[in-house]
Design a binder for this molecule. Structure first.
Ligand code: GTP
Length: 204
């Protein structure tokens, strides 16, 4: 029998073109990686069930085009989202510098004031790194977001990014309860580090 689903959560993936947003989504939902991943035109959408701390949720994950010219659906894309994954490429400093703009866009369009944000530094499998971990963690702390480094290519950090984000959403009062089909669910809150600036999953 299917596990009972606590709620459906809307998660966005945003960031500059080419940072690996679609690759992270495909890695998470299909456990696949395409070195020739084509660019996203408009919006792509995938769903996946995830169990965190014994609570099963259904994720509706929206992947949008990083390129400005394909971004025509912005306000409806952001509406009612409970979580956002902001991706940059650790080998391209300008994609990190643009995070501020993406955070502003979230601020402008998201309809939930307490939307949970996770910054993901992607492509850590590559050698030509331009953004160091400390600077990125400092940025995340300043903006009160979660932070993790990942590689859609090698899988590192991808599952963890979604788990940590969902954990925090479930913990945030008023963010998801009205979306639950049934109010009788008991949220199972296992021991978990409360540090909001780092992920508890280990990266190898
Ligand atoms: N080495 C390496 N390459 C990656 C990684 N993630 C994505 N790529 C590659 O980077 C390129 C861009 O990836 P996409 O997933 O299309 O990037 P995107 O952010 O969705 O781009 P837009 O659709 O234009 O917004 C593709 O060639 C991917 O194969 C990674 O973790 N490591």
């Amino acid at each position: 029998m299917d596990e009972e689903v606590l709620t459906t959560l809307k998660i966005l993936i945003i960031g500059e073109s080419g940072v690996g947003k679609s690759s992270i989504l495909v890695r998470f939902t299909e456990d696949n990686f395409d070195p020739d991943q084509t660019l996203t035109i408009g919006v792509d959408f995938k769903t996946k069930k995830l169990t965190v701390d014994d609570n099963t949720v259904k994720l509706a994950i929206w992947d949008t085009a990083g390129q400005e010219r394909f971004r025509t659906l912005t306000p409806s894309y952001y509406r009612d989202a409970q979580g956002a994954i902001l991706v940059y490429d650790v080998t391209n400093y300008s994609t990190f510098a643009k995070l501020e703009t993406w955070l502003n866009e979230l601020e402008t369009y998201s309809t939930k004031a307490n939307i949970v944000k996770m910054i993901v530094g992607n492509k850590i499998d590559k050698e030509n790194r331009e953004v160091n971990r400390e600077e990125a963690m400092k940025f995340a702390r300043r903006h009160q977001t979660l932070y993790i480094e990942a590689s859609a290519k090698t899988r590192d950090g991808v599952q963890c990014a979604f788990e940590e984000l969902v954990h925090k959403i479930i913990q945030t009062p008023g963010l998801w309860e009205s979306f639950a089909l049934n109010g009788n669910f008991q949220v199972d809150n296992k021991d978990h580090p409360s540090d909001s600036s780092s992920c508890y999953c280990s990266l190898t």
